[in-house]
Ligand binder design. Structure first.
Ligand SMILES: [Zn+2]
Length: 311
């Protein structure tokens, strides 16, 4: 018998009337042909398996082990939606699409306002009903969102849903980290995330014909750090109430700086501080003798922290 291969098998299958043409028909199930049939069946099985796993929500090979575990153990199973810059994982496909739409809009807007190039890699957002798995990894028990590498874990609960800036806040952290690594001081990172996160969230909703309003209540500033301490912190205060004051004071300090030097000069200011310049020296260099030099910055921050503010 001559060389037999795939095409031989196909041609013989189609040759039920082959003897009419004088073609010699050998017995179909020779050992060699059986081997080819089995090989084809195995190939089909592998392709089917590949197609099935490819349609599930966990084909993202760059996901961290933690993200993989949360997806694998999620019940009900997670759905994935993907855009140009963002991938979203959530059990609710409608919610996943809504987050994707907002995040795709916001990530470009945040990069533009921070004056940095867009991230080269997509960001992955995971919306989790069960946040305990994450918190068992040693994160703060009062964490509502966790942001590291190219992954953002959001807690899926009603209180968080009501926050208009929950997605944009975390995206500001992501964009800053992609641009500057870990060089951004904590106060500037959180202050920008709060201020810019809210501004971009409002822009997004305005672009969809919606308007966001809300209120930041005044907080007690009795336990507010001095600006020296606040701007040197690498970690949040342990006490959740002190942490809330830290967040708010950071946001107000960034607000005062932006109001003083102008929005257009913020990107260069942020870049300079990220490169290691003292935040106050970089600020004074941009004040051009404006009155802020002569007022107590700390008093101004304290006053804004204790005041209720509508947005
Ligand atoms: Zn934050």
């Amino acid at each position: 018998m001559g060389r037999q291969g795939w095409f031989d098998v196909v041609s013989h299958i189609g040759q039920s009337s082959a003897p009419l043409y004088g073609v010699k028909v050998s017995h179909f199930l020779t050992k060699r042909r059986a081997l080819v049939v089995w090989a084809c069946a195995a190939l089909l099985f592998v392709l089917a398996w590949w197609w099935r796993t490819g349609s599930m929500a966990a084909p993202d090979r760059v996901l961290s082990p933690l993200a993989r575990r949360t997806i694998r153990t999620s019940s009900p199973p997670m759905q994935r939606v993907r855009g140009e810059f963002v991938r979203v994982y959530a059990t609710n496909a409608v919610m996943a699409s809504a987050i994707l739409d907002e995040a795709e809009f916001s990530i470009g807007e945040i990069s533009r306002r921070l004056g940095v190039a867009g991230s080269k890699r997509p960001v992955r957002i995971l919306l989790l009903g069960d946040f305990e798995l994450i918190q068992r990894e040693g994160f703060r028990p009062d964490s509502l969102a966790i942001n590291f590498g190219d992954e953002i874990f959001l807690k899926d609960d009603a209180g968080q849903l009501a926050r208009p800036d929950r997605v944009t806040h975390e995206l500001v952290h992501f964009v800053l980290r992609e641009a500057y690594g870990s060089q951004i001081p904590l106060w500037l990172d959180e202050g920008l995330a709060a201020r810019l996160g809210l501004a971009v969230s409002k822009s997004y909703r305005a672009s969809r014909g919606r308007r966001v309003t809300g209120r930041r209540p005044g907080l007690s500033a009795d336990r507010m750090d001095t600006l020296e301490v606040l701007t040197r912190r690498h970690t949040l205060p342990d006490d959740p109430e002190d942490a809330a004051v830290f967040y708010r004071a950071s946001e107000e300090l960034v607000g005062i700086i932006e109001d003083s030097i102008g929005t257009s000069r913020m990107p260069a200011y942020i870049a300079e501080v990220a490169e290691g310049e003292d935040w106050r020296a970089a600020l004074n260099a941009r004040l051009d003798g404006s009155p802020l030099i002569n007022v107590s910055l700390e008093e101004a921050v304290r006053k804004r922290v204790t005041s209720q503010r509508d947005f």
